[in-house]
Ligand binder design. Structure first.
Ligand SMILES: [Zn+2]
Length: 228
């Protein structure tokens, strides 16, 4: 069983240290997709992630809405590039972008990107990193474990989305990691081709399905609630 563990929406002063401890106790590497505005608030946590050898990726600056819903020019590019600017000095940062999945959680469709976001990824040589196992830890903090192992078994190379940015769900992380260990999971920090529609700035044909063709103006711009 191949597993890439990813932790999104942090850094968070409670969730990130808990995740780092659980990983370090077991010698497991992971990828942290951080939110730029939170990096600005908690640079020490980003240093800890990097010092522990974990990969840092980009999960927008504000995490306020899927970039496919953004119509104001300049916003999508700033969401991506501003975040990359604040993580780039970390030794373990990569040009790895994870879009905001929207609500209801973690959808993979045309709402993920607008044209400007896609152009930013291709101009900047980014790799886009999606997911294939979504235990919904932010929604089911006490019960997401059920089914998570089965979901990992069901794919050739699991890319699991969890959230250090939602600390409540991370109480179950040690149990999950131990269960994966019992399955002899091979922990990695790369992504299967089915989860990377853009690689180093080069879009695959299927990436077109992730870009909105007809932006719907300001659909989510007034809602700032936390999304997965
Ligand atoms: Zn997110």
């Amino acid at each position: 069983m191949r597993v890439t563990l990813t932790f999104d929406n942090g850094p968070d002063p409670v969730g990130t240290p808990a995740v780092l401890d659980a990983l370090s106790d077991r010698g497991i590497p992971a990828v942290f997709f951080v939110v730029g505005a939170k990096v600005k608030k908690h640079p020490d946590l980003v240093s800890r992630i990097s010092a522990a050898g974990h990969t840092l990726g980009n999960h927008t600056w504000s995490h306020s809405s899927p970039l496919g819903d953004v119509t104001e020019p300049g916003v999508a590019r700033a969401e991506i590039d501003r975040t990359q600017d604040v993580i780039e000095e970390s030794r373990t940062a990569r040009r790895l972008f994870r879009p905001v999945g929207g609500d209801p959680g973690a959808v993979i469709d045309h709402r993920l990107l607008n044209d400007e976001a896609m152009k930013t990824l291709t101009d900047g040589g980014y790799t886009m990193a999606l997911w294939n196992v979504v235990p919904r830890d932010w929604e089911l903090p006490d019960s997401w474990l059920e089914g998570a192992i089965d979901a990992c078994r069901a794919v050739d190379h699991a890319v699991v989305v969890l959230h250090d940015g939602h600390p409540a769900g991370m109480a179950l992380l040690p149990t999950f990691l131990d269960a994966l260990g019992e399955e002899n999971a091979e922990f990695r920090t790369d992504f299967p081709s089915s989860c990377t529609p853009v690689v180093k700035g080069v879009p695959r044909p299927e990436s077109a399905a992730l870009v909105t063709a007809d932006p719907h103006p300001y659909l989510h711009s007034s809602t700032m609630k936390e999304q997965p």
